[in-house]
Design a protein around this ligand. Sequence first.
Ligand code: FES
Length: 397
Amino acid sequence: MLIGMIDFTQLPRLLRDRWTVSKRDLAMLALTLQGKHPPPLIPLTQVAAGKLAVQPRSLRVQQVIRETPDAVTMVLSDPAGLPIPCLPGQFFTVLVPLQGQIERRAYSASSYVADGATLTLTCKRIAGGRVSTHLWEYAHPGMMLQVLGPSGHFTVTPQPGAQRRLVLIGGGSGITPLHHILQAVLSVEKESSITLLYGNRSRADIIFADSLAMLASQHPERLMLRHVLAMPDENFVASSGILDESTIDRELATLPKEDGSEQYYVCGPQGLMEAARAVLLRRGVTPLRIHEERFATPQLLSSELPTAPQTVEVEQRGRVQTIQVEPQETVLEAALREGMTLPFSCTMGGCGACKAKLVSGEVVLPEPNCLTAEERVAGQVLLCVAHPRRGSRVVLP
Ligand code: FES
């Protein structure tokens, strides 16, 4: 079913937007040729020597696509032509040197590339977001990016012959992993069907609008596309509202009756995530069928944080180093401050790269994070979000 459609009355506006972006790109290109812009990226090795146990991979930006006034897609490839494999739904951690520091941000691979020849990362500029603004302003063909990954368990492994019923619920840039999943499943699984419920502020904010409309027209029997806009546009078919509990409930109620096999994938702002979970649980969806991806680092309540510095022994390859962890610090932050070299990637509890075993003491971790129930029972913790409540000892694998 095609609900979002290309509206040719919007052509002048689209051309105007494209022209604005092209003018900026041309200006940037001119400055680049003069050696003035973008600011030179500092080689990672000069900034963070000795701090990275897992070395990032250098990828070259091949193409930059301005998706919306605030979102930009970078198409990346390996300079040596090596593939960049990842599962639909996974993310990469991008390392950006800014003012002498390595900033890390996780961006989902946003499009399906069957042979892994390229990787697309889509980044939405957010107010006050240093990395997103930097990438939005300076991403250009030829630029090198350092990335770690892929990571994450918010995935679907497409299998020919599978018959899935997927319901994807996304808001804003939360579409990025969902778009990848959508493309992959529709391409590989001829018997699977998908509903996408996608909320945005306005029509201009819809990332991948053309791609979604094209997929819906190519797969009218298997893709139900529903746009929800807070500021409706009379020339664009969409429900009106924001994806809160009542809107999500209303939209889900119009879908074909559930048969208990549906898998729900949710990605978007915090409010949307909470609303979707509440509605799904109320509708009787079991937690195991709800898959969630959060872009923000989960936070502990201040009442859950330790009130005094704690001593933590960190054992790695048979060597033990004792560190002091301040009340607001994570174990990983304190270890890096002390000069230790530890494995880590996303720094937000989403990838598992910093897993260690807690052998004594007590640490508290914010939820949600990527540990499985078995790993928790086995005493695994994530050092990037772990706060020690008392003297503890952790052992790295
Ligand atoms: S670095 Fe990704 S979970 Fe800790």
